[in-house]
Write a protein that binds this ligand. Structure first.
Ligand code: UT7
Length: 333
């Protein structure tokens, strides 16, 4: 036991929409093929949220309701909800506010946080501060994106990568040394030209022209982003191991952002971590932006044992990137 309060993940919830968009189906929209997509990215299929009027909050609601049920939590006990998303339901109000209402978290305060693919790690570290200070007892951090709402299905360079989904974790105080141990978060706004949405914000408000120019879709210079992602995601992952004196043997699992199988492999190689410790679900969900890391935790939760050292790492638009070192807090069965 120690006096230091750490923020422990005490449960994981997740949701992916039912509709499966396969590589085969994409072949009908753009000039591509299953071989190219699989070998260049590792993606076989992704989930797409269909249904009029359903936004990111719909997937958050499902993920958080599962989380509340799994952790036996009354929504009224929740102190704070933080939603990391680049695809909020509206520019305002925050999606997290809508989620509070949908789940009955009437005593919580909530806000959105935008760090693209690194959003969940930024959210986790932000939420953890409120636990570590002793201010709050139950904080929910969500990573969720409805990428299909901003993807151009005529652009083969982007439409093959992204999918929709939501994942959520409960953070609670721990005094048994488990929980969040360390984090490194970084930002470089000079990344703007390589990955962004050109219009719809205050710099270039929506107009007939922006719609006609297809400027409301993700623009990505893939090869440049790829190089930055490999260098930076691998860099912080190695750095967080080094400064916590962790060898590859000490690391139980790497939970990487799922953007491209090749970026994940490069990160694991730089860390010296064997492939059996690298958790990957990109094949079935694609890149769900802020949702990738919590969806990996959700998919592989049963593997984790109390005390396991887990490294989470991400890189995304902004540029934003980071790594977190977490000691897992419970055995699930
Ligand atoms: O998650 C947030 C951050 N985002 C990322 O981390 C994504 C990082 N980038 C990537 O994952 C990769 O850059 C992509 C998967 C987006 C693209 O792979 P790439 O190996 O970097 O391809 P490229 O853009 O350099 O294109 C290589 C070739 C081009 O043909 P030419 O010009 O060499 O003749 C493309 O036109 O592949 C072509 N190409 C395709 N061919 C078949 C691009 N997309 C496709 C496609 N199907 N879908």
């Amino acid at each position: 036991m120690s006096n230091k309060i750490r923020a422990a993940i005490t449960g994981v919830g997740g949701y992916v929409p039912e509709y499966v968009l396969t590589n085969k189906e994409l072949e009908g929209f753009v000039e591509t093929n299953d071989d190219w997509i699989t070998s260049r990215t590792g993606i076989k299929e992704r989930r797409i949220l269909k249904g009029e009027g359903l936004g990111t909050s719909h997937m958050c609601e499902k993920a958080v309701k599962e989380l509340l049920a799994k952790t036996n939590t009354d929504p009224k006990e929740v102190d704070m909800i933080l939603c990391a998303t680049a695809t909020p339901d509206f520019i305002f109000p925050a999606t997290a506010n809508l989620v509070c209402d949908m789940i009955g978290a009437s005593n919580a305060f909530s806000f959105d946080l935008q760090a693209a693919c690194s959003g969940f790690l930024y959210g986790l570290v932000t939420g953890a501060q409120f636990i570590e200070t002793g201010k709050y007892k139950k904080v929910i951090v969500i990573g969720a994106d409805k990428m299909s709402s901003i993807i151009d299905y005529q652009d083969r360079k982007t439409c093959i990568i992204f999918g929709d989904g939501a994942g959520a974790v409960m953070l609670e105080p721990s005094t048994d040394e488990t929980g969040l141990q360390d984090s490194i978060l970084r930002t470089d706004g000079a990344g703007l030209p390589y990955l962004h949405l050109k219009a719809g914000g205050s710099r270039r408000p929506s107009s007939i022209e922006t719609v006609q120019n297809r400027e409301h879709y993700v623009f990505q210079e893939g090869a440049t982003v790829f190089k930055f992602a490999v260098t930076n995601m691998a860099g912080v992952s190695a750095e967080i191991m080094e400064r916590n004196n962790l060898t590859a043997d000490d690391v139980a699992y790497l939970v990487p952002h799922q953007a491209n199988r090749r970026i994940i492999d490069a990160t694991a190689e730089r860390m010296g971590v064997g492939s059996e410790k690298v958790l990957i679900n990109i094949g079935k969900y694609g890149n769900t932006t802020a949702a990738t890391i919590p969806l990996v935790l959700w998919d592989f939760e049963k593997k984790f044992k109390k005390g396991d050292n887990i490294i989470m790492a991400a890189f995304g638009g902004g540029f934003t990137w980071g790594a977190c070192y977490l000691k897992w807090s419970y055995n699930s069965n």
